[in-house]
Design a protein around this ligand. Structure first.
Ligand code: HPA
Length: 262
């Protein structure tokens, strides 16, 4: 399965892959020397049907650093399959990717973290109760998650943000299955249980990437307050509308950090 992607990369050997969340696709347009590969051209590569999610791999350079961008991901809520992204990550690994940077849009449950801000994920709570490794047979399934998010990567992203003067937050991401948004009671619960932000993605990929032995970092673009905090109803339209604003900040942070990640 990976031979096709390998050939289409035309000699590029990116070690870093970047997964773009809802409304964050603009970053893929910033790559130079880019080659675009529709997911449909790579046998076995999972495709998302969610609006606001692209469906292509873009390999190129961001600020000179080689990177492979996944514009669009498959979510648990699309098919009820927490392991939906496993083939994608296995194909990336087979072409040489060893570092995975995940991004998403998320709601804030922490009054100090506002919509439009970027939050580095320092840890997560898999509140959905699902796990992409259910059914895996080997003992490798017992993946240690004590330090799931790589400290060095996290520090580099935070340092880059500081250097370029973009304020950045850090916190715990709680994974709800979606696709309905949370209720106000669930948001109050999330806060009490230690979450800073809530969302419907990323955690399965973090578990899978750790299973595969990849280094992982993740960041949320905060698009809204969690349900009930302001009384306004939540919507995917709002997510798609607000995400590009925080996304532009995240893009600047990544552009600075990527050449410094080895
Ligand atoms: N909840 C879950 N997922 C989200 C949210 C939210 O408030 N905002 C963007 N993605």
């Amino acid at each position: 399965m990976s031979e096709v992607l390998h050939a289409k990369l035309e000699g590029r050997r990116p070690r870093i892959a970047l997964v773009l969340g809802s409304g964050l696709g603009a970053l893929a347009q910033e790559l130079t020397e880019a080659v675009r590969i529709p997911y449909g051209d790579v046998p076995g590569f999972p495709r998302s049907a969610v609006s606001g999610h692209g469906g292509e791999i873009v390999a190129g350079r961001l600020n000179g650093a080689e990177v492979l961008v996944l514009s669009g991901r498959v979510h648990y809520y699309e098919r009820g399959d927490a392991a939906a992204m496993r083939p994608a990550l296995e194909i990336l690994q087979a072409v040489g990717v060893d570092t995975l940077l995940l991004t998403n849009a998320a709601g804030s449950v922490n009054p100090a973290i506002e919509p439009g801000e970027v939050m580095l994920i320092e840890d997560h709570i898999a509140f959905s109760g699902m796990n992409p490794l259910i059914g895996e047979q080997s003992d490798r399934r017992f993946v240690g998650m004590t330090q799931a998010y790589d400290r060095t990567l996290h520090e580099q992203l935070a340092k880059s943000a500081e250097t370029i003067g973009v304020p950045i937050q850090s916190g715990v991401y709680m994974w709800f299955s979606g696709p309905s948004f949370e209720t106000p009671a669930e948001i109050r619960m999330a806060r009490r249980l230690g979450a800073d932000a809530v969302g419907m993605s990323t955690v399965p990929e973090v578990i899978l990437a750790r299973f595969l032995g990849m280094r992982v970092a993740a960041a949320s673009v905060i698009t809204n307050w969690g349900a009930g905090i302001t009384g306004a109803e939540l919507s995917h339209a709002e997510t798609k509308e607000v995400a590009p604003r925080g996304g532009a900040k995240l893009a600047r942070i990544l552009a600075h950090a990527l050449p410094l990640i080895h």
